[in-house]
Design a protein around this ligand. Structure first.
Ligand SMILES: [Zn+2]
Length: 291
């Protein structure tokens, strides 16, 4: 009898241990994720291109500026203290059908999902500490909802516009609606030093949209870089007074550009225009990185 009780107890303990192991196993043995680097790294993801013979007319009054095709990209900044994803592509990953490439949506064409490019580095959206959008336009927000578990760094006027009754991006709400309940850091145009050491700083550059923002990244070897979102779309636009026809507030954009140009001079940062195909073709893209 005693022996029988002992066996039952042993069986119960063993079962509990097996269950505990099964429950704990995924977190006790997480999927290999890169160790935090010693200095800041910048990864560039390829989210496709826009190819449209009418692109000039789309962005500017006809023949104001001759412009080339443009690229869509996004960035992962990996800091010793955490990660920051900047922008989220033009085609939702869910639109990619297995084995079918390229995938198209409206005027966009892409060959890789965002999450497959992240996974190749060992990251999943749950590993992303902070998420930021340069602005709410469709070519930047496609995979926003994947980052709803991160802390959203957003300018107040941008967030207000995104969730307004008469939002200009109401039809795209299903792509970013989950951000509404994200833990959020709401900014009001002042510089925000993300990790507290001056290496990654969000700067308001309003005008293209109500709360457009850019990111300054200070890299140990490559030097400082300004990820400028759509402050400009093309290098041909820089040093002109031309803004796209659909600009939220043209004069405000020109003031933001003047402000950022002064900052570039002072900091010595390189300007990276997000849609600049020529620049993109010369960059190290993920899995390679700059540091
Ligand atoms: Zn854009």
């Amino acid at each position: 009898m005693l022996m029988h009780m002992f066996c039952r107890k042993l069986l119960a303990i063993t079962l509990r241990a097996v269950i505990a192991f099964a429950v704990l196993a995924p977190s006790a043995y997480p999927q290999a994720r890169p160790k935090p680097p010693k200095s800041v790294r910048l990864y560039v993801f390829d989210n496709g291109i826009i190819k449209d013979p009418d692109v000039t007319r789309f962005h500017f009054k006809k023949e104001e500026i001759a412009v080339p095709d443009f690229v869509v990209c996004s960035y992962l900044i990996v800091h010793p203290k955490g990660t920051l994803m900047f922008d989220a592509g033009s085609i939702p990953d869910a639109n990619f059908k297995e084995g079918v490439t390229p995938t198209t949506l409206n005027r966009f064409i892409a060959t890789k999902t965002l999450q497959s490019q992240m996974a190749a580095l060992g990251y999943a959206p749950k590993d992303i500490t902070y998420f930021a959008l340069s602005h709410y336009h469709g070519d930047h927000i496609a995979n926003s909802n994947a980052f709803a578990g991160s802390t959203w760094l957003v300018q107040k006027p941008e967030r207000d516009a995104m969730f307004a009754e008469d939002s200009p991006v109401k039809d795209q709400l299903p792509l970013f609606n989950r951000l509404k309940d994200s833990k959020s850091k709401i900014l009001e145009g002042k510089d925000f030093d993300v990790f507290g050491d001056g290496t990654v700083v969000i700067k308001g550059a309003y005008g293209h949209t109500p709360g457009h923002q850019v990111i300054y990244v200070k890299l140990a070897k490559s030097g400082p870089i300004l990820l400028s979102g759509d402050l400009y779309h093309y290098r041909e636009e820089r040093f002109t007074d031309k803004t796209p026809v659909f600009e939220f507030n043209g004069p405000q954009s020109l003031a933001s550009r003047a402000n950022i140009e002064a900052f570039l001079k002072k900091s010595g940062a390189q300007l990276w225009i997000e849609h600049d195909l020529q620049l993109f073709r010369g960059l190290k893209t993920a899995p390679e990185y700059l540091e």
